[in-house]
Design a binder for this molecule. Structure first.
Ligand code: PRX
Length: 652
């Protein structure tokens, strides 16, 4: 993989100062930004908030009663007003907000003025359908322009959106509808994925059959196939917007009103409803978009290739870019459809200047080879970003060389659904980057790596990543479960220390290197999935008696899911049952949660108190030497499992 050019880059000591031409034009070009933010971090965030449009300015920057923060108290604003009206009022209505590209090649260009009109029409439609301020709306849509429209329409009238990734199952949708008590669902007849049609409305129907909460369902026509329509409940999106006015005054929201809920996997089977509010969230996504991505609204074409169903898309396809009046690419489909150069074709067509994607995608591109990007004109690119999982130095180098043409700074950005926005990152005009390191806290943020006792480690040390100061984009609580909020994030090292769940080390210069999750959360292709969630889905199958799941290292996807399953009665496991179980997990959660390996075993290794030894299973799945297992209640099973695991891997 490492050609001579890459080796040369490695020899440079693996620290890449920003090109002077980049610094000369950068939004953050003065290193004093860090000291200024440190000297008065609340004041610094307030100066970022001042860049937004407020109907009423705040009285208090921060009220911190650990672990609860309130930012910009007394302030009033509207997110959709900031993302749309503000730019149209500035005379920028003709600027392109999104270049939408469908998987099929169909294209649509949407200006800020057009986006505002459509958002207003749909916002009026939602009101007419009985959705009002504070109501929860579940959005289950593919990557089509109606997805950001629906989110912004909710924001405009003060309804709380809960976007459910369109790759999730109907069961996942119903769980989220019930947890948030959502009364309205916005979906599409179908979605395209690699040329085939996914029957989204059918999934939504199954979900709505299993709950009596939903009063209203709005359906976007995307694929045109036949769907069932329930009179009184279901409405076509195009009918709704056709009847409505394009005037809809934005609702003045309190800075602390909830903007959205986004569910993410935790260490138990039940997903957590992460709650984000209005003023602080928008302040941090807007500031990071401008400073980390060096966004220049007049000249850049920005592309974040994530799905809006995840937080990356919420913050860096919808709210961050629109708040900064960016022109973005919105791409519906997969990176390898119809060809493996689809991304580079898009970069070339739109002259993309900033690209933000995940290490898993970069590793796929590496596997597909440098000839594909080399066949396209990618000279428009000037900055590259990475997010979602630790990026291995080789992938970083390949990205810098073959996509960035050695011109582009690479920003590896660490953050989470919970943090709302980027927390640890280089600033591209200032930071000498190191491949594989997310480098340092964004100005105003205080990330600290601590040991078991919660003491900060010295440079060269490793431990747990914590955040030791509130930040504007932070989650405020878990929807309907404040106790779980305290316990999950604020109990391990004290009430005012946020524990992120990640391991990290500091290098000799004090720069941060992320090491992956230290809890039972797996990270598969940058997507968070909890081991318990997959275990519950497996034991839900009638053949399964017990299941234990562990993430194991995988070259492409970061981690892959390994499942150990014991069956009921004397049922024997075989390949057919294994694929049935995989399918079952896909139906319960979604395809992304399907185990890569299923190993049938007569028993699982347990301690004498009956606890499954997950760490041992991880060692087995990763083919590591096992330590002393004699304290187990059933140590004989371990050698058998090892044998079976080796046999299964050889047979792969
Ligand atoms: O383990 C970290 C990993 O992804 C987790 C957060 O996942 P999620 O909430 O789905 O958000 C993903 C996109 C923001 C983190 O706890 N992670 C995210 N970014 C990085 C990362 N690990 C290493 N380096 C990163 N840049």
């Amino acid at each position: 993989m490492a050609g001579p050019a890459i080796e040369n880059l490695f020899r440079e000591g693996r620290s890449f100062p920003p090109p002077p031409e980049f610094t000369a034009q950068a939004n953050a070009a003065d290193p004093a930004i860090y000291e200024q933010a440190e000297a008065d971090w609340q004041g610094w965030w307030a100066s970022q908030a001042e860049r937004l449009r407020w109907f009423k300015t705040w009285d208090t920057v921060l009220e911190w009663k650990a672990p609860h923060a309130k930012w910009f108290l007394g302030g009033r604003l509207n997110v959709s007003d900031n993302c749309l009206d503000r730019h149209v009022d500035d005379g920028q209505g003709d600027q392109v907000a999104y270049h939408w590209e469908a998987e099929s090649g169909e294209r649509r260009t949407i200006t800020y003025a057009q986006l505002k009109d459509e958002v207003c029409r749909f916002a009026n439609g939602l009101k007419r359908l009985g959705v009002s301020r504070g109501d929860r709306v579940a959005i289950y849509l593919p990557m089509i322009p109606e997805l950001p429209v629906a989110m912004l329409a909710c924001a405009r009238i003060g309804a709380i959106h809960s976007v459910v990734f369109a790759g999730f199952s109907s069961q996942a949708l119903v769980d989220r509808i019930d947890d948030a008590d959502a009364r309205a669902v916005i979906t599409a007849d179908g979605a395209y994925r690699k040329g085939s049609v996914i029957p989204l409305k059918q999934s939504a129907d199954t979900a709505m059959d299993n709950t009596d909460r939903v009063r209203t369902c709005v359906v976007v026509r995307r694929t045109g196939e036949d769907i069932d329509f329930t009179d009184g409940r279901d409405h076509w999106y195009h009918d709704i917007i056709a009847d409505e006015s394009a005037e809809c005054p934005p609702e003045p929201m309190d800075a602390e009103d909830v903007l959205y809920i986004l569910y993410t996997s935790g260490t138990t089977g039940k997903p957590k409803g992460i709650v984000h509010t209005t003023g602080g969230y928008l302040t941090q996504v807007a500031a990071t978009q401008r400073l980390v991505f060096d966004l220049k609204p007049d000249t850049d074409v920005y592309w974040c290739a994530a799905d809006i169903g995840w937080v990356t898309g919420h913050s860096y396809i919808v709210y961050g870019p629109l708040a900064n009046r960016a022109t973005s690419v919105l791409y519906e489909g997969a990176p390898d459809h119809p060809g493996r150069d689809r991304f580079w074709e898009i970069v070339e067509r739109y002259r993309v200047t900033i690209l933000y994607t995940a290490p898993t995608a970069i590793r796929s591109f590496m596997k597909w080879g440098p000839d594909l990007p080399a066949a396209h004109d990618m000279t428009s690119l000037r900055l590259l970003g990475s997010v979602g999982e630790p990026i291995n130095p080789e992938a970083w180098m390949w990205y810098a060389e073959h996509i960035g043409g050695r011109r582009c700074p690479v920003v590896d950005t660490w953050w989470q659904t919970e943090t709302g926005a980027i927390m640890i990152t280089p600033l591209p005009g200032l930071t000498a980057t190191k491949p594989g390191s997310a480098m340092r806290s964004f100005p105003g943020i205080k990330a600290v790596v601590v040991d078991e006792q919660g003491q900060a480690v010295e440079p060269g040390g490793g431990g747990y990543l914590t955040l030791q100061r509130p930040w504007p984009g932070m989650l405020r609580t878990l929807w309907g479960d404040d106790e779980r909020y305290r316990l999950t994030y604020w109990s391990r090292f004290g009430e005012d220390v946020y524990f992120a769940g990640d391991g990290a080390k500091l290098d000799e210069d004090g720069h941060v290197w992320l090491l992956g999750r230290v809890d039972d959360v797996m990270n598969v292709s940058g997507h968070r999935i909890s081991t318990t969630e997959v275990e519950s889905a497996l034991v839900d199958h009638p053949a399964v008696a017990e299941a234990a799941v562990s993430g194991r290292k995988d070259e492409m996807t970061g981690q892959a899911i390994a499942a150990f399953v014991t069956l009921r009665g004397d049922r024997q496991g075989d390949e057919r049952l294994a694929s049935e179980l995989r399918q079952h997990v896909a139906e319960r959660i979604g395809k992304i949660a399907r185990p890569a390996n299923i190993l049938f075993t007569p028993d699982l290794p347990k301690t004498r108190s009956g606890k499954i030894m997950r760490r041992l299973l991880k060692d087995i799945a990763e083919g590591r030497e096992l330590g002393d297992v004699t304290t187990l209640a059933n140590s004989d099973i371990v050698s058998e499992l090892k044998q079976r695991s080796t046999a299964a891997t050889e047979g792969e």
